[in-house]
Design a binder for this molecule. Structure first.
Ligand SMILES: *Cc1c(COP(=O)(O)O)cnc(C)c1O
Ligand code: SF4
Length: 427
């Protein structure tokens, strides 16, 4: 059973919440997308601890996620008697006040035969992101998701493609692309037949240079039965095996925020099946206040993942969109949490790189605070960049206790610019 914004009042567990939490949830879900299934409700959330349970916070929007501006606008909407379509338009305006498309992703859309290819982003030389149309939803939604405008109406454009042929033509014409990254939403909501239509053509010799297929997904922990008992689970695993046998590296990029998500038995069975099919599983997740903002949660998450055969990959800084003021963690604190966690796990779990901001210029890692000539600085580096020459050159910003994103930092030396060429951090 699955519930969305329209069916939220049917969720049986809502009765377990106190009145304030419940009414705040109903209000916030006018602005933010909501989707949750019975598996998450019954197996992952600890209702005795809700609303402070981390998995409750992961899934359910909360009154305090509304900015003051959005809150006032919503109150005015509730008290004014607007016609239904005017009210819907007003809700879109309210969402638009919350930076629905961060990090200027629209500038990464490539051109083929003089036309922009919709549903593709090509930012770093080796890797292309693809947003297949049928993959633009998830088994459940995360309250903090930076892709939230994919799921609810704002005036920002949606990323989606119905046209695999244009993707394949683009890949064929660009021999330096080694990685195709399917993203969404969650591409694992697509059926095996559609996925095969998209991925089998990559076995053609003309696409041999696309050696890695990455799949960004949260299905492993939101719906592990995708790989166990769904009607096309076997067909999906056969597809992975066919691609792996054909020489492709299938990298399943599992989004996992909390170690509790990987405790249920079906998740572990799904991990085992994916690995048997020749899939490697890496994990990545943002650092979210109220969900996983302490070192111990990450220590346990990473060490458990290594036990289960999952390689920790990225710890992200929450992007500056939607309810950042509610979920965001300062860069200084993010570094403390990362350091606390990474220093307490074995080397095999230290493959997790972080904390990383995915900015319009590239992926910026926070190396940590240091003192230069008696002044406090923050050391950073680029793990990915539009300009590969700047990768892994360390650079310094003035230390800031409050900054939550690169655009709030300034170069340490006022005559300097950041490696991406600006005085201020690019958003
Ligand atoms: C993170 C990311 C990638 C992949 O980067 P890797 O460092 O290779 O993991 C590709 N495209 C975009 C837009 C990204 O944000
Ligand atoms: S699963 Fe991923 S894309 Fe879907 S809501 Fe969560 S963070 Fe967003």
């Amino acid at each position: 059973m699955s519930y969305d914004n329209r069916r939220i009042h049917l969720i049986p567990q809502l009765d377990l919440l106190d009145d304030r939490t419940r009414s705040g949830l109903l209000r916030a879900s006018k602005i933010f997308p909501l989707k949750v299934n019975s598996y998450v409700l019954e197996n992952l959330i600890d209702w005795d601890a809700a609303p402070d349970d981390p998995i409750y916070r992961l899934v359910f929007p909360h009154q305090d996620m509304l900015t003051e501006e959005a809150d006032h606008a919503l109150t005015a909407l509730e008290t004014g008697a607007l016609a239904a379509e005017d009210a819907a338009a007003r809700l879109v305006e309210i969402r638009d006040t919350m930076n629905p498309h961060p990090a200027d992703q629209t500038s990464n859309i490539p051109i083929l035969d003089g036309m922009q290819i919709e549903g593709i982003q090509h930012k770093y030389r080796e890797t292309v992101l693809y947003f297949p149309k049928q993959g633009q939803t998830c088994h459940a939604y995360c309250a903090f998701c930076f892709r939230w405008p994919q799921f609810i109406e704002t005036s920002a454009p949606k990323f989606e493609s119905k046209d695999n042929a244009r993707l394949l033509a683009y890949l064929r014409g660009n021999p330096h692309i080694s990685d195709l990254l399917l993203t969404g939403g969650d591409p694992m909501v697509m059926n095996a037949r559609r996925l095969a239509a998209l991925l089998d053509p990559l076995l053609d010799p003309s696409l041999a240079h696309v050696s890695t297929i990455r799949i960004g997904s949260k299905s492993l922990t939101y719906w592990p039965y995708r790989f166990l008992t769904d009607p096309d689970a076997d067909a999906l695993l056969d597809l992975f095996k066919r691609l792996a046998d054909g020489g492709k590296h299938i990298a399943f990029m599992a989004h996992i925020n909390h170690w509790r998500e990987i405790e249920p038995e079906p998740v572990q069975a799904a991990i085992a099946r994916l690995r048997q099919a020749g899939v490697t599983i890496r994990s990545q997740a943002p650092l979210i206040r109220r969900v996983n903002d302490n070192a111990d949660t990450w220590r346990r998450l990473w060490s458990r993942q290594v036990e289960l055969g999952i390689q920790p990959y990225y710890m992200f800084v929450e992007r500056d969109t939607g309810a950042t003021q509610y979920f965001g963690v300062t860069l200084a604190e993010a570094h403390r949490i990362y350091k606390g966690a990474i220093s307490s796990v074995s080397g095999l779990a230290r493959t997790a790189r972080g904390p990383v901001m995915s900015t319009s210029a590239g992926k910026v890692q926070i190396l940590g605070p240091m003192t230069v000539n008696g002044q406090k600085a923050l050391a950073l580096t680029m793990l990915q960049s539009r300009n590969p020459d700047t990768v892994h050159d360390p650079f310094l910003a003035k230390y800031s206790q409050e900054a939550t994103w690169i655009d709030q930092l300034e170069p340490f030396d006022p005559v300097d610019t950041f490696p991406f060429g600006s005085k201020k951090g690019a958003a």
